[in-house]
Each structure stands twice: as C-alpha cells, then as structure tokens.
Design a protein around this ligand. Structure first.
Ligand code: F6P
Ligand code: MG
Length: 441
C-alpha cells in the first residue's frame, strides 16, 4: 500500500518550505516594494499617488509574513479563481504564513499581490517582475548565442536531414535537445534572490550542461524517445506547460521548434501564466518581449545565428504550428492531483495531447502534490490520479529546487546522493534534475 503522503507545511523544521517562508518570501516581497517605488518615479501624478498605496499594501504583506499572521481571505477582483482560493482557505481552518501548506500559501502570496494590481486604476496589468526578467535575459547573452548556434547548425541545417536520417542520430539529437530544455530551468529568478544574477553563466550553456548531465537522478529520456518514435503514434500535438521567461523560455521555444522540425509533432502548444507569477514565470507578453529583445542588435550584437533562429520561431508562430494559450488553472493553488475536479475542460484537452511536458520546479511540486514522498517512489505513483490510468502522457523536465523528488529507484544511487550531500543539497541546489515520464496507461 502507498504511504499516506501530505503536502509539506511551512512549519516543518529544516524543510525548504520553512526556509522559504522565513527567508525568501520577505526578500521577494521587499523586491516588489522596491520595484514599484522605482517605477513610480517615472509615472504620472495619479499613478504616483496610487503607488504609495500599493507599496503600503505590499509592505503589510511582508510584515504579515514576518509576524506569522493568519492568512485572510483574498479580496474580490473580478476573477472567479478568488472564490476557489477562499474556499480552499476555509477548508484549511486557521492557518498562518509560517504554519500552512507551503504550496497553498505560496500561490496565495502571488495571487494576493496580483489582486492589488488588478484592483488598482493606473497599475492594472503592470508586471512587477518585468525589470528582473529583462535584466537576466540580457545577462544570458553568451548562452543565448550558444543555443542559437546549436539550433541553426544541428536542427535547421544538416543533422536532421528530414525524417529519413539515421535513427540513432535522431535519438541522440532528441536526448541533447531534451537536456538543453531541462537545464534551461536551472535559473529561476526567485532563487536568484539568494545566488545573484551574475552567477547565471555558471548555470547556463554547454559547459554547465556537460558538467551536470550525470546529475539527472531519474532519467526517462530513452523511454520518452521510444514512445515518440513509435511509427503507430497517431496523435500529433505536443503541449509544453511553460515555466520561466527569459533564457528558459528560449530553450522551450527552441525545443518546441525542434520537435516540429524533427517530425515528432505537427503542433506545439505552449501554456503561459495569466499574470506575473513566482517572479520569473512566463506570461503571454514575455513571449513577445523575448523575440523583440532578440531582434535588438545592441543587446545581442552577434547576429549570425540569432537572426535565422528568430525568423524561424516567428514563422512557426505565424503558420500556427506553434501557438500559446493561458488558463486560470495554472495560477491556482490546487495540486495537479485535483486537476480533473478543479478544471475538467483543460484536463480533457490535455488528455488528447500526444505528450504534455511540464517545465520546472513548481509544476513538479504540483504534479507530486508537494509531498515529501520517499525518494524511491516511482514517478507514476507520486502522480496520484494523473499517473496510472489517467490517459495523460506526462514528461517533467525539472532541476531540483525543493525537497520533493521521486523516481530515484536505484538504491545505490540514492545512497550515494545522501552520502555526497548530507544536508540534502541535491534536492535544492538546481544542479541535480529529473527527466520523469509517465505514459498514463
Ligand atoms: O519557492 C518555491 C519554488 O518552487 C522553489 O522551489 C523554486 O526556486 C521556485 O519556486 C520556482 O522554480 P521554477 O521556476 O523552476 O518553478
Ligand atoms: Mg518559475
């Protein structure tokens, strides 16, 4: 029988949940206050006055966190998901910032911030994280150039040779492109509040990938390839549930383009967030902004490979081979174990996809209910209702940034991980990762 697993709480001593609530959240909210203060300097008079209210409200969220106040119901802002947040809060009883399910409280925090802007007059739609997202993209220049070169030389040009090239070569390219999309996730900005934007280079690009490749603790990429390469596979749509904007987003668009060019899919659908979320998550406008930044020859002066790459990406969007869509479910607090009941329409839609690729740490936490499962638990078991019999084919590409990690089924491997990082560093350092697959059968 499966052990009864509960979501991790922010009260759990020694957990990443507790550390985040105590240390990271206050810093993240302070950065929001600083951003609005800065933006207000170039705003008009009514906006400036409103900015004072906004910074006061943000400040009081930070104070509530530090004082471990009770979580209070969200105020209505016209969106229907507020009711669901509040229902969930009621069902939890009295919970406080430092004594609540981590996943719920963290989503609640970003939703509460969003509702401040949604209820404002002059700051609706304002992206409080945009400055940080842009800054990190520009600092990722070397990795962007490297990625563009790789795509143009190995995907657009010779190596694919259409669908007829050698099977082994196609497989190797798939494994390589999957690694690139995976390690693009190493740099989310909510972590950079502790490691600094200047360290980006050490986490991106070929060297970092080569160095960390052996750190994939659950690697199902061969099984994914066997599934994708089946000649009988009828379904031709692949979904990518995006995580972060900037460099990671570029790796995801490139991965989508590769899946099309290599004949693994006829359509790739990217899911974005409805509003700024977990600092660096991609919204619709982040896709436009990424392509515009890449068009800018001052920011990206080395044009040789970037230009054909961007042209190809735009072309795939214009042709409708790549599309993106958003859905309120992605910014709700529900774990994906409750997917079908919370969002039956979206669930049904994903069931008709050939493969749903979930990027990043937060999606992985939601897939696994944010539970501290024994690490040897098979991925499909930790997926609960999304695993066996769900009819959804799931691939998670995630660098480890929180305590939940399953699928390390080899006891020798697990033992050596525990020995090498006695404080559980392998779970949090972003240098270990999983490529986990469940075929939903
Ligand atoms: O703070 C929670 C968390 O899931 C971290 O574990 C991680 O650093 C961040 O949010 C989000 O990571 P990602 O962008 O990969 O989902
Ligand atoms: Mg993210």
């Amino acid at each position: 029988p499966e052990p009864a697993i509960e979501p991790v709480w922010t009260s759990q001593e020694g957990s990443m949940a507790r550390d985040t609530a105590l240390n990271r959240w206050p810093r993240i909210v302070q950065a929001m206050v600083d951003d609005v203060t800065f933006a207000a300097k170039s705003a008009n008079e009514p906006q400036r006055l409103e900015a004072e209210e906004l910074t006061k409200s943000l400040d009081s969220i930070r104070e509530e966190i530090v004082a471990d106040a009770a979580l209070k119901p969200l105020e209505r802002d016209g969106s229907s998901d507020i009711q669901r947040y509040n229902d969930q809060l009621v069902s939890l009883g009295t919970v406080s910032w430092l004594n609540s399910p981590w996943l719920f409280a963290e989503c609640y925090m970003y939703r509460r911030v969003q509702s401040l802007f949604a209820r404002s007059k002059g700051w609706k739609g304002y992206d409080i994280f945009k400055r940080q997202k842009d800054e990190s993209l520009v600092k990722s220049r070397a990795a962007v150039e490297e990625l563009a070169t790789h795509f143009v030389e190995n995907v657009m040009n010779a190596r694919l040779g259409g669908r007829s090239s050698h099977a082994e070569e196609q497989k190797l390219l798939f494994l390589e492109m999957t690694q690139i999309a995976l390690w693009g996730n190493a740099t989310d900005l909510s972590l950079l509040s502790s490691i600094g934007v200047d360290e980006l280079g050490s986490l991106q690009g070929r060297n970092a990938i080569e160095k960390n490749r052996r750190n994939v603790v659950d690697d199902a990429s061969e099984a994914v390839w066997s599934y994708l390469a089946k000649p009988t596979r009828a379904n031709r749509r692949i979904d990518i549930v995006l995580d972060n904007a900037g460099f990671e987003l570029l790796t995801d668009l490139v991965y989508g383009a590769y899946l099309l060019e290599s004949g693994q899919a006829d359509y790739v659908v990217f899911s974005v967030k409805d509003f700024p979320w977990f600092v660096s998550d991609a919204t619709h406008s982040d896709i436009d902004s990424l392509l515009e930044h890449l068009d800018n020859s001052v920011l990206f002066p080395n044009r040789k490979y970037i230009e054909p790459l961007v042209r190809r990406l735009r072309c795939l969007f214009e042709a409708g081979s790549m599309t993106f869509r958003s859905h309120p479910f992605w910014t709700e607090a529900a774990s994906f174990h409750d997917f079908e009941t919370t969002s039956p329409g979206l669930f049904k839609c994903l069931r008709s996809s050939a493969l749903v690729i979930f990027k990043g740490d937060l999606n992985y936490r939601k897939l696994t209910m944010d539970g501290l499962w024994p690490h040897e638990t098979p991925f499909r078991a930790a997926l609960g209702p999304l695993g066996a019999g769900s009819g959804i084919r799931i691939l998670a590409l995630r660098t480890n940034k929180s305590d939940v990690c399953v699928g390390v089924e080899d006891p020798v491997r697990l033992e050596s991980l525990t020995r090498e990082s006695p404080k559980g560093e392998w779970l949090r350092d972003g240098k270990h990762a999983v490529i986990s697959f469940s075929d939903g059968s």
